[in-house]
Design a protein around this ligand. Structure first.
Ligand SMILES: [Fe+2]
Length: 318
């Protein structure tokens, strides 16, 4: 559906002073003053495209609409807006909740990661390194494949290896070539809602164990877990339950290794068969926000020399 179609279908006025237009993509009246337009994405059951975002306009109605859009569609593709500075992006996202960076957990995590230098986008383009930190240190990480490329990233929720969950993830294409390696998403809410009763009963009230992949393995540095989360984690705002088990999960707490491996294999078979998917093909300037509780993401290997400069913002905490 085209963006134009979303704005011309119906014109209505919710209040005498608030002209609005019905957006069939969002299913709501959108105040014209917000400048926002919503359009469905082709061939997918979740995700929605948003144009008209202005970083320096802090409007409660924009926050309300984007929050509703995220709840309903799980993933927002922001397109056509200028590349925000780190400060602009932080200030914009603060309207929606706590920045991970500004939590105790996030501050500890990011405190050693400051770089000195120019603006974030310049650093990504000039450094051509696999990973870099932003000059302003808002918790953003910059990625470029360099000459060696980057290996595949398996299905995951961002920072599931940490006790504090990230509710919203933010990823932006600063400068990418056509046909660049896409990011794939899948909807674990639907996978939960279609679980067979046997698996649901078996895993109810269970916890799943994660280890931080950047730390030594438990064999080298013995410990019980770096984080545990409910297998069926409810979204902290909506209460909707998802399967918070991704390809970094170690095992189900309270089960022996063989039993856990069997159950996790069964669960993964179910997820592969039922979780709706979305492949996002990046264009320069795309900024994608998604529900990091209910959606998992992955990407294939990125070949060396591919122009794929990306910025990952620290995101929003629960
Ligand atoms: Fe990720």
């Amino acid at each position: 559906m085209s963006i134009a179609a979303t704005t011309t279908t119906k014109a209505t006025t919710t209040e005498a002073t608030t002209p609005s237009s019905f957006s069939p993509s969002l299913g709501l009246d959108v105040a014209l003053s917000t400048g926002l337009q919503f359009a469905t994405l082709p061939d997918t059951s979740f995700g929605i495209e948003v144009t008209g975002v202005r970083w320096d306009v802090h409007d409660p109605e924009v926050v309300r609409l984007l929050t509703l859009a995220l709840r309903r569609n799980l993933l927002l593709v922001l397109r056509g807006q200028p590349c925000p500075s780190e400060v602009q992006l932080d200030a914009f996202l603060r309207q929606f909740g706590r920045l991970v960076l500004e939590t105790e957990d996030g501050a500890a995590h990011y405190s050693g990661h400051r770089n000195q230098g120019g603006p974030a986008s310049q650093m990504a383009i000039e450094s051509k390194q696999y990973m870099d930190r932003s000059a302003d240190n808002t918790g953003s990480t910059l990625y470029a494949p360099g000459t060696d490329g980057i290996s595949e990233l398996v299905w995951h929720n961002d920072q599931s290896h940490r006790p504090m969950r990230k509710v919203v993830s933010v990823f932006e294409a600063l400068d990418v070539e056509p046909g660049v390696t896409p990011t794939e998403y899948r909807d674990l809410y639907t996978a939960y809602e279609t679980l067979p009763t046997s698996l649901r009963t078996l895993l109810e009230n269970r916890q799943v164990i994660y280890f931080d992949p950047r730390l030594p393995s438990p064999a080298d540095m013995p410990r019980l877990a770096d984080a545990t989360h409910p297998v069926f984690t409810p979204h902290p705002n909506t209460g909707r339950r998802t399967i918070y088990v991704n390809d970094f999960a170690d095992r189900i707490a309270g089960m022996n290794r063989d039993e856990s491996d069997r159950v996790l294999a069964e669960l993964r078979t179910h997820i592969d068969a039922t979780a709706p998917r979305l492949v996002h093909q990046w264009s320069t300037g795309d900024l994608v926000l998604w529900d990091n509780i209910g959606l998992q993401h992955r990407r294939g290997a990125v070949p060396g020399g591919q122009r794929r400069y990306m910025r990952q913002h620290g995101g929003l905490a629960e």
